[in-house]
Design a protein around this ligand. Structure first.
Ligand SMILES: [Fe+2]
Length: 306
């Protein structure tokens, strides 16, 4: 059995020392949100406990599904890079960006260039200089093909939407088809939900219907997203059979103001008669003990003509 984990929406950076009046309008709004609420909700001690919890597992890959920062300042990209290095090497940890990471346009070299090795495909032939040149990403580990999509692009104030865009949409079908031809278990991971209507209008993926159509018509075995800070399990009918669509909550949240307490997911995949056996196991943070423990788990048989 192969194993991997999904960590989402850690919002791990600190804006201590930053002044709202020094920031552009959208960042100023994000700063105020951090000052008033988010810095109490997303806690470094929770992520430290998560790091300790992960050490017990033998994982083929750790997926980080976006929103590592609050407003995407260069200092936040540097803080996030330090955290990623604690989590593992670029070969072990795969990152996709979230809307917070692209809050406003920032010079490439001060922002996503720092995470480049963690976002890259196994075969990165040229030096990327944009998210569009990095995604969709492809990493293959044993029987599993991890296909990452970026939804991150600057949006107007008060909007937390995302867009995959025509360049990634044009390349995605061939990646799904080739991985299927190799008999791989295809994991598509994306920050926003690709299911239209799942995220609120202000937080939606603007081209979700197109993404969902491609996944449905070219197939996938598992779709993972974050963004909503709530765990969800859905299923999508695809040309090759049902694909679970799993949303992971924030990995760093204390659950203040009615939010969900931090959790992350571990997945186990193995071939079985007629397809694949998938195990989904949540690891939930316990504020009282300060540790992560086993949470809800489920097993899913995915029938596939292999
Ligand atoms: Fe998000």
């Amino acid at each position: 059995m192969q194993h991997f984990a999904q960590i989402s929406d850690p919002h791990l950076s600190s804006l201590e020392g930053v002044r709202a009046r020094d920031l552009l309008s959208k960042r100023a709004l994000g700063y105020l949100s951090w000052r008033q609420r988010r810095r109490f909700e997303h806690r470094p001690e929770v992520l430290a406990a998560l790091g300790r919890d992960l050490e017990q597992f033998e994982l083929d890959q750790v997926l980080v599904t976006g929103d590592l920062t609050h407003v995407g300042l260069p200092q936040e990209f540097r803080q996030a890079l330090a955290w990623l290095r604690e989590l593992g090497t670029p070969a072990e940890v795969a990152v996709i960006p979230g809307n917070h990471d692209a809050s406003v346009a920032t010079p490439w070299r001060d922002s996503f260039a720092l995470w480049r090795d963690y976002m890259a495909s196994d075969t990165a032939s040229t030096l990327p200089d944009s998210l569009a040149s990095l995604y969709p990403s492809l990493r293959e580990r044993g029987d599993i093909a991890f296909i990452g999509l970026s939804t991150a692009c600057p949006k107007p104030p008060f909007m937390a939407t995302g867009t995959v865009g025509p360049e990634q949409l044009a390349r995605l079908p061939a990646l799904l088809d080739a991985a299927h031809a190799r008999g791989a278990f295809r994991v598509v991971y994306i920050h926003h939900s690709p299911l239209p209507g799942k995220d609120k209008w202000r937080k939606r993926l603007t081209d979700a219907a197109l993404v969902q159509d491609i996944i449905a018509s070219h197939g996938a075995e598992l779709v993972l997203n974050g963004h909503g800070h709530r765990g969800h399990y859905d299923e999508l009918a695809t040309v090759h059979g049902t694909a679970p669509v799993v949303a992971a909550p924030s990995a760093s949240a204390l659950g203040l103001h009615g939010g969900q307490v931090a959790s992350y997911n571990c997945y186990g995949v193995e071939r079985c008669d007629g397809g694949w056996q998938l195990a989904i196991s949540a690891r939930d943070y316990q504020p009282a003990s300060g540790e992560f423990v086993a949470g809800e788990s489920r097993g899913v048989t995915l029938l596939r003509a292999l």
